[in-house]
Design a protein around this ligand. Sequence first.
Ligand code: G3P
Length: 498
Amino acid sequence: MSKYVAAVDQGTTSTRCILFDRKGRIVSTSQKEHQQIYPKPGWVEHNPEEIRENALEVIAVARIKASAAVEDIAAVGITNQRETTVVWNKHTGKPYYNALVWQDTRTESYVSELETSGGPDQFREITGLPVATYFSGLKLKWLLEHVKDLRQDAENGDALFGNIDTFLIWHFTGGPRGGIHVTDVTNASRTQLMNLRTLQWDPQMLSAFSIPEKMLPTIKSSSEVYGHMQTEVLPGVPIAGDLGDQHAALVGQVCFSPGMVKNTYGTGCFMVMNTGNELKLSKNGLLTTISYQFGNEPVQYALEGSIAIGGALVQWLRDNLGLIKDSNEIEALARTVDDNGGAYFVPAFSGLYAPYWRTDARGVIAGLTRYVNKGHIARAVLEATAYQTMDVVRAMEQDSGIPLANLRVDGGMVANRLLMQFQADMLDVQVIAPKVTETTALGAAYAAGLAVGFWSDKDELKKNWVSGASYEADMDNAKRVKLYKGWKKAISKSLDWL
Ligand code: G3P
């Protein structure tokens, strides 16, 4: 009998493979970073082939670390950075261009044209999403318009499109020799090409962005056997789970009931609320998206507040300013001071996402005096994530009519105790992390394991959720109001930039 499920978590900065046992505990982990390519201001690319190689390598290493035989692995689940757009040739498997990463803003001129002609919310009814540089549809349009021969190949059925999930599954299941060209409803919902009600590619969207349907993958549920691994690592093992990373984290946090919310602090920061069978269109700048769909069960919808820059701001402080050598050092630096010293940092590096959706916003550091030192800047960097989360919580409470009772958190930044305490203080609710904080990978494993009967049902998964660190709010309201007012002032500067 198989002992483990393998999850491949292909994120913005690295690719991981984690093996989980039946209790949802981590058995082994392997991780590899990939190159971030910035050809021009606002452009962000990845090399899809590097990512594919890294994925195979981390699977192999995780298996060796666990001393697991191929037969010990019941299934593979894939989860991925969403929206990031790849096009490749069906006969060679070679990408036509680097992957355009979700943070990339090169489609800004398409966005302004669309906003002028039909307004920012013209596609919300069909797709749940505003017009923005974030989603795959406009990135694909850009590629079709700028890469030689691509449109013709796409129209002939020789060029394929996918997000990273699709690219990996196609290669893992045989590539040019019969690879399976699929995606799942959660990933498809982020292309801005899928109709949220029919769960199919929408003809109106394809025509609005001039996308040939032939190049698009088949949309499947998030939990079913799509095909089997045709690679040296794990040959013959079924690939049975596919979810965008934020949806996977919702599953990993077992947020299966309507109203349950999780917030993942990664490169960006993404809050998702399960709204069950109900598709709720946001009036407050949130996205309507899919929570997950398990096999033939009804699709579950969600509201999402997406924040482009969370942990990425800490990396920026490390890589672009050299203020710290390692991301972990930020907490100690921030603890050298008692507060932000009046400084606020709005990290609008890719414009501002939820709830503002302003492509033209730019990053600002506001409130500087000579008193401010690097400790205050470190603090402002961490606080920026908490304030952005607060903006999203306010929008979610207004859209759902449900006040936030507590917040389930996960992702790399939850190890930062100062940030988590500040988050609880600002939101005035308990912030609670599960014992296994790798919920993204866990969710992909759960989807794959459910499809092959490794786990029997959602109730079994719920029993695996064990609470870890928790933080109680401990700040007086006057202070909270004052801090948030400062943040809103800084936001107004960022929005006014152009
Ligand atoms: O929408 C982008 C998101 O899926 C990226 O997630 O964890 O790579 O920051 P992450």
